[in-house]
Design a binder for this molecule. Structure first.
Ligand code: MG
Length: 251
């Protein structure tokens, strides 16, 4: 069941999102060769706690860390550890914040140092597909209109979209209805109504979209081990349009 949010609830999600954006501001400059993903995780947790929030992922279904950090062929749910970033890596950094009972969720994919043009295109496809889908938004849309817009854009760039994971409603729970697939048909799915808050999160693959989970029980990688990128924002829809609560052009 989809729970539409009141203005008060949207305000709290916006405040959670503001903490989340502070995490991106702190962590992005740390994405350099040699740093461990554990150090990035600690920095993220520090920002969240200093601002009075709670790390939303830590303990969620037993996930042990604050951020999901997924490198190269890892798509989502990578566990921070002693691994060091290398020049040319593509790093997905996914973070959730809980604040006064409400959640915000967002992800960025960043390059480590100089990367080749194909990796740049892969990163941009995830980011731009979300922006392109939102820019096309019109009142009366259904979830499927978002799905189709993302899929059309990404496939035009020569990449594919992971099928096994989707965006989601968000609010009092980290994952709520509706599911927001990154592929599909316009005109299908739930209606987008005022008060709907969803996390849209395209997961883009350089090769085939098939994925599998590693033995750690968490890290999702492409089956063909080609690179992936992931971008996510928490969006609220209202009578007047939408607001990207976690969006920020400088990031
Ligand atoms: Mg999410």
């Amino acid at each position: 069941m989809i729970e539409l949010k009141s203005k008060r609830e949207i305000q709290l999600i916006l405040e959670a999102a503001a903490i989340l954006k502070k995490v991106f501001v702190a962590v992005k400059p740390m994405i350099v060769q040699g740093i461990t993903t554990e150090a990035l995780d600690r920095a993220a947790e520090k920002v969240i706690l200093e601002n009075g929030g709670e790390p939303a992922f830590k303990g969620y279904r037993g996930f042990p860390k604050t951020a999901c950090i997924s490198i190269n062929e890892a798509v989502v749910h990578g566990i921070p550890d002693a691994r060091r970033l290398k020049e040319g890596d593509v790093v997905s950094f996914d973070i959730g914040v809980k604040w006064n009972g409400f959640y915000a969720d967002a992800a960025r994919t960043w390059p480590v140092g100089a990367i080749d043009p194909k990796k740049h295109a892969l990163i941009n496809a995830a980011k731009d597909s979300l922006d392109v889908a939102l820019a096309a938004y019109q009142p009366g849309w259904r979830i499927g209109d978002i799905s189709e817009a993302i899929q059309r854009y990404v496939e035009k760039q020569g990449f594919q979209l992971v099928r096994d994971y989707a965006g989601h409603g968000i609010g009092r729970q980290l994952h709520e209805d509706p599911q927001v697939p990154n592929y599909g048909k316009a005109g299908r799915g739930a209606k987008i109504e005022s008060g709907l808050v969803i996390a849209i999160e395209p997961m883009v693959t350089e090769g085939h979209y098939a994925v599998e989970t590693l033995e750690d029980g968490w890290t999702v990688v492409t089956k063909d081990r080609k690179n992936a990128s992931h971008y996510e924002d928490t969006i609220v829809f209202m009578e007047s349009g939408f607001i990207n609560l976690t969006g920020d052009e400088v990031l």
